[in-house]
Design a protein around this ligand. Sequence first.
Ligand code: PEP
Ligand code: MN
Length: 336
Amino acid sequence: MIIVLKPNADEQKYKKLEAFIKGDLGLDIHYSRGEKSTILGLVGDTSKVDIDAVSALDIVESVTRIQEPYKAANRKFHPMDSVITVGDVKIGGGHFAKIAGPCSVETPEQIIGIAKSVKASGAHMLRGGAFKPRTSPYAFQGLGKTGIDYLLEAKKETGLPIVTEIMELTDLDLFADVDVIQVGARNMQNFRLLKELGTTDKPILLKRGLANTVAELLMSAEYIMSGGNEKVILCERGIRTFETSTRNTLDLAVIPVLKEKTHLPVIIDPSHSTGHSRYVKSVSYGATAAGADGLIIEVHNDPENAWSDGQQSITPEAFDEISKGIDKFREVVISL
Ligand code: PEP
Ligand code: MN
């Protein structure tokens, strides 16, 4: 971090700032004194420096960050890919995870039936929403605790680890037997929730918000990781743009960008990013080719009558084709 002081900065205020940087923050200072102004180069871990507070000092002309404000998620401090283990499943560092299942858990027959078929097609984990963030308060809101019970039954029947979304901190106890807790796009910056999840030892599938930057996504991951939980899986699920032909706009470039900036696994959600089942296949292949560590795909046995997101849900037969195609496709991609 570089702090440029105003010309003729007040000596006493300057000494106070220097003492704060060295004493309170424990950083070293590299000085560059010009005729009119002084430049301070802060040496050390500056991720905890409050840039706004320093900028607000009247002796400070400007503050520039040269190091990212996230540390735990930063590849610079952790060059190797993180591999996250969920039961027998690994994700990241060359391990590819296919997560499949309905948008919402509806009935025991529905979730168990889908679990069995996606497992037979090569899925590694089962997804299903019990608590649903819906745009309309009149739309189906999810079965809540009952939905989690049905997911656990499906896990018992198939052995597939389960992924389901948390919306409220107060529901955390209900997630005791859930394998991966999803933080949905709408809660990506629910900082209280992120902090609390940082104190658990559950892998967290963190979705990028509808209008959030990569830097913001990484800062949200940092919230979880700084609490001690390093098991974060990042998920791109499309962002809001002016384009209306797809439900959201899939930012595929985020894969190499995130791979450069962080060691955390990155997965793609072709269902919410496109909003149409017919686009899921090509987007899944595209994400795989671009280096994703996995996919989370909505699969429903009867998409036309699904209780949520039927238009973007693929059938178990379509998942079978995509899943097998992805395996073959990966062999080619890896050999390149
Ligand atoms: C979901 O996974 O069903 C969901 C609601 O996702 P998102 O938060 O990406 O909209
Ligand atoms: Mn959905």
